[in-house]
Design a protein around this ligand. Structure first.
Ligand SMILES: NC(=O)c1ccc[n+]([C@@H]2O[C@H](COP(=O)([O-])OP(=O)(O)OC[C@H]3O[C@@H](n4cnc5c(N)ncnc54)[C@H](O)[C@@H]3O)[C@@H](O)[C@H]2O)c1
Length: 417
C-alpha cells in the first residue's frame, strides 16, 4: 500500500487523537455500528480530499468499515495533522498528506488518490472534482456521484451545474442545516479563536476585532470574540447580513474604515482580496491579520509583501511584516485557514454531525447515484431532522412532540379566534 506522510513515527500520538475524537463523535459512531454488518459501501472506491484531522480519520475509518476502499489527500496545504496522517498510513490507509506541502505537492497528492479510479468522490473546496473534470474526463464516467463539504465548493459546483459542465451528480453536504448552521457557526467560531490564541497568545478582551463577512463562519467568530471581551466590528457586502450584525449589537462599517481601527482582523467571506494594500496602509502598528474563509485568497499577501521591507516568523504560524514606514503587521498561518493551520480545526462534537451527513450522503450516492439527476442535490430534510434527533439523544436531551389534536389544529384552515 502506497502512502506519503511526514513521519510514521508520529503514529502512536495520532492514534490517541483519533480515539479521543471517536469518543466525542457519538452520532457517527452509532452509524458506524449500524452499517458495519450491512456494508452499504462494499465495492465502492472513494477518493477523498478533506482536511486530515482526527475527526476526518474517524470518517475515513467509518467508510472502510462500511465496505469502501479509500484513498485520501488533504484539502489545504497547511491543515494536515501529521500525527493523524501517520496513524492512518500505519493502519494501512493510502494517504497522501503532510503539513506544509507545496501547491505542486498538493495537486500531486490529489492525482495519487485518483489512481484508485474512484466510483465516489468527497471534496472540501471542489479541488478533487475539478481535477477530475479538467484532467480525467475519461475517469469521470466511472464516478457515480460525489459530495462537497464546504460553502465555497458548493458555490463552485452550482456554477458548474449552471454552465452545464458537471459530469456527475453531487450532494451539497455543506447546505444541510445540521452542517452549515452548526459546523460553520460554532465550529469555525470556536476554532478560529483557538487558532488566533495559539498563534499569538494575545489578550482578546478590550481589542477591536474586525470580522469580514457576517455569514455562518463570520457570525460564529463574531459571537465568540465578543464572548472573550473584544469589541467586534463587522464588514459586509450584503445589506441583510449587515443589518443582522447591527441588530446583533455589532458595529458595522466598510473595511476601508475598519482597517484604521482594528487590532485583529479575520476574513470569513469565501471571496478574494477582502484585505488588500490600501487596507494595510491604514492599519495600526501591531495589527494581527488572519483568515478563516477560503484558501489563502482573502488577504492579499502580495500587496503586503510589496509594502514591507522585512518579514520574519516570530512564533509558529505568526509572521511579522515590517513595513517601509516601520509599522509591523502580523499575519497568521500565511493567510490560510487559521483554525486548521494554527489549531486543530473544529471540535469533534460539531464534526460529528457534518461527517454523519457525509457518511449518509455517500451511502445515498452508492445506492441511488445512478438515478440521481446530473446536478447539485440537497440533503433530504428527513436526514437533517434525524441527525439532529440522534445528536440530542446522545446528549441526553429530550424534546416535546405535537399531540394529534395539535396537528389537527395546525392544519385546520377554518379555525378562527
Ligand atoms: N475555517 C473553516 O474551517 C471553514 C469552515 C466552513 C466554511 N469555511 C469557508 O468560509 C467561507 C465562508 O463560509 P460561510 O458558510 O460563512 O459562507 P456564507 O455565505 O454564510 O457567508 C459569507 C459572507 O461573506 C460576505 N462577503 C462576501 N464577500 C465579502 C466582502 N468582500 N467583504 C465582506 N463580506 C463579504 C457575504 O455577503 C456573506 O454574508 C467559505 O469560503 C467557506 O468555504 C471555512
Amino acid at each position: 500500500m502506497e502512502y506519503k506522510v511526514k513521519d510514521t513515527g508520529l503514529a502512536d500520538r495520532g492514534k490517541m487523537h483519533i480515539e479521543w475524537a471517536e469518543s466525542r463523535m457519538p452520532v457517527l459512531m452509532h452509524l458506524r455500528d449500524k452499517f458495519s454488518s450491512q456494508k452499504p459501501l462494499k465495492g465502492q472506491k472513494i477518493a477523498g480530499c478533506l482536511h486530515v484531522t482526527k475527526e476526518t480519520a474517524v470518517l475515513v475509518k467509518t467508510l472502510v468499515i462500511a465496505g469502501a476502499e479509500v484513498a485520501w489527500s488533504g484539502c489545504n496545504p497547511l491543515s494536515t495533522k501529521d500525527d493523524v496522517a501517520a496513524a492512518l498510513a500505519v493502519e494501512g490507509f493510502p494517504i497522501f498528506a503532510w503539513h506544509g506541502m507545496s501547491v505542486e505537492e498538493f495537486y500531486w497528492a490529489i492525482e495519487k488518490t485518483i489512481e484508485i479510479k474512484p466510483t465516489l468522490t468527497l471534496d472540501d473546496g471542489a479541488d478533487l472534482i475539478n481535477t477530475i473534470h479538467q484532467k480525467h474526463t475519461d475517469l469521470a464516467k466511472e464516478v457515480i456521484a460525489g459530495t462537497e463539504e464546504t460553502t465555497t465548493g458548493v458555490h463552485r459546483l452550482r456554477s458548474m451545474e449552471k454552465a452545464g459542465a458537471l459530469l456527475y451528480p453531487v450532494i451539497a453536504v455543506n447546505d444541510a442545516e445540521t452542517k452549515w448552521d452548526f459546523d460553520n457557526v460554532y465550529g469555525t467560531g470556536q476554532s478560529s479563536i483557538d487558532g488566533i490564541l495559539r498563534a499569538t497568545s494575545i489578550l482578546l478582551a478590550g481589542k477591536k476585532f474586525v470580522v469580514a463577512g457576517y455569514g455562518h463562519c463570520g457570525r460564529g467568530t463574531a459571537f465568540r470574540a465578543r464572548g472573550m471581551g473584544s469589541h467586534v466590528i463587522v464588514a459586509e457586502i450584503r445589506p441583510i447580513q449587515a443589518l443582522k450584525a447591527v441588530l446583533d449589537g455589532f458595529e458595522v462599517m466598510p473595511m476601508d474604515e475598519a482597517a484604521a481601527i482594528g487590532d485583529i482582523f479575520i476574513t470569513a467571506t469565501g471571496m478574494k482580496d477582502v484585505i488588500v494594500g490600501r487596507h494595510f496602509e491604514k492599519m495600526k502598528d501591531g495589527a494581527v491579520v488572519c483568515n478563516t474563509g477560503h484558501y489563502d485568497v482573502e488577504i492579499n499577501l502580495d500587496d503586503l509583501q510589496e509594502l514591507s521591507k522585512e518579514k520574519k516568523e516570530v512564533r509558529p504560524n505568526n509572521e511579522e511584516y515590517t513595513l517601509t514606514d516601520g509599522r509591523k503587521i502580523f499575519v497568521l498561518a500565511k493567510g490560510r485557514l487559521v483554525n486548521l493551520a494554527a489549531a486543530e480545526g473544529h471540535p469533534s462534537e460539531v464534526m460529528d454531525m457534518s461527517f454523519a451527513n457525509q457518511f449518509l450522503s455517500l451511502i445515498r450516492c452508492a445506492r441511488e447515484g445512478k438515478n440521481l439527476d446530473l446536478r447539485v442535490h440537497d440533503i433530504p430534510v428527513e436526514q437533517d431532522q434525524e441527525l439532529a434527533r440522534l445528536k440530542l439523544e446522545t446528549m441526553g436531551i429530550k424534546i416535546d412532540a405535537l399531540t394529534n389534536d395539535q396537528i389537527i389544529y395546525r392544519d385546520d384552515y377554518t379555525a378562527g379566534t
